[in-house]
Design a binder for this molecule. Structure first.
Ligand code: ADP
Length: 316
């Protein structure tokens, strides 16, 4: 399927397979056959050197994942992207949440992307971030059933057929859970690493373990866990209340041996910022809520700088 109505030489290059279960994601087989892989910490993960041919001018790719929907993954992705850009980095944001793309709304984008003369999609720019969304492929109200190969094709086109240009960071908002999109990404580009967003309750934390296990099996380093909706600060008296549970994400990351990138409060301004298309880090970068996102971005950059050879380049 060619979603951008363009010749797909890249797809033709993929070797055909006699086994339809292995056509799009041969790794699935590997995962099932190899259940006992222990978890190295992010900087120690050994990956085969993969060439970044699809987006050669993008220095670091950071996938933002969560075990379930509604934990604030997209909210964290947009605010992290803006926080990275406030550090002076060139940042792109790819909305790969095929089942609930919400980044255009959160970034305040209503128009569709244009196509360049060389038939590439031109990302839309808002809050200094280059943005593309899988939501542009389907009308808002139309539910889409994505089959694995369709998703794989869409993800590859979102990488190779978009004029991302030179970027320091491409932040990728994944669909919740484990599935086709992270597999397609890891087949297409060398992911610098993944950030897992969770809320502090035990039920959400179980999914963090699943997410960490999935990325481990794919050889993708975990750059850290962010605990969202961690606490509420009363705007009247300033008292802090841990609504769900104190420090669940922090303790889980310690147990799993992954970095903890911090806690984000639950706050009406964070929610309204997303609804209005002006994320809080853009509208009020000096607020305490934004400080939490900016701190997480600082720790994320630190994690990336601790990694292997690709990070010998200057970190912005
Ligand atoms: P996900 O991507 O995990 O499905 P979203 O980022 O779409 O979650 O967030 C779900 C809802 O929760 C949105 O309305 C969003 O504005 C709100 N939300 C997310 N994080 C916070 C927060 N820290 N404080 C208040 N509301 C939040």
């Amino acid at each position: 399927m060619n979603l951008f109505k363009k010749d797909q030489n890249s797809d033709k290059k993929e070797p055909p397979s006699a086994n339809p279960r292995r056509v799009s994601h041969p790794e699935l087989q590997v995962i099932n056959n190899n259940p006992k892989v222990s978890r190295p910490t992010a900087p120690q993960v050994q990956r085969p050197q993969q060439q970044n041919v699809m987006i050669p001018d993008v220095r670091y790719t950071v996938a933002v994942a969560s075990g379930k929907g509604g934990v604030g993954k997209s909210t964290v992705a947009v605010n992290l992207a803006i926080a990275l850009s406030l550090r002076g980095a060139k940042v792109g944001l790819m909305d790969a949440d095929a089942y609930g793309p919400s980044i255009p709304m959160m970034m305040g984008i209503k128009q569709q992307p244009q196509t360049s003369p060389d038939k590439k999609l031109i990302p839309l720019i808002r809050h200094n971030i280059k943005m593309m969304s899988i939501g542009f492929l389907v009308p808002d109200e139309q539910a889409m059933i994505w089959r694995g190969p369709m998703l794989h094709s869409a993800i590859r086109q979102f990488l190779g057929d978009v004029n991302w240009g030179e970027l320091d960071y491409l932040v990728i908002d994944l669909p919740p859970g484990t599935g086709d999109v992270p597999l397609s990404l890891t087949q297409s580009i060398p992911l610098t690493g993944a950030v897992i967003v969770t809320t502090p309750q035990d039920v959400a934390l179980i999914d963090v373990r699943r997410g960490v296990a999935m990325f481990d099996r794919m050889g993708v380093p975990i750059l850290g866990v962010i605990e969202n909706m961690s606490y509420f600060v009363c705007p009247h008296c300033g008292e802090r209340t841990d609504i769900f549970k104190a420090d669940g994400g922090k303790k889980t990351s310690e147990k799993l041996g992954v970095s903890f990138l911090g806690q984000i409060p639950i706050d009406p301004e964070i929610c309204t910022g997303g609804d209005l298309g002006v994320p809080i880090v853009a509208s009020n970068p000096e607020s305490p809520q934004s400080a939490a996102f900016r701190h997480a971005a600082d720790l994320l950059v630190e994690q990336i700088s601790n990694q292997g050879p690709q990070n010998e380049l200057k970190i912005i």
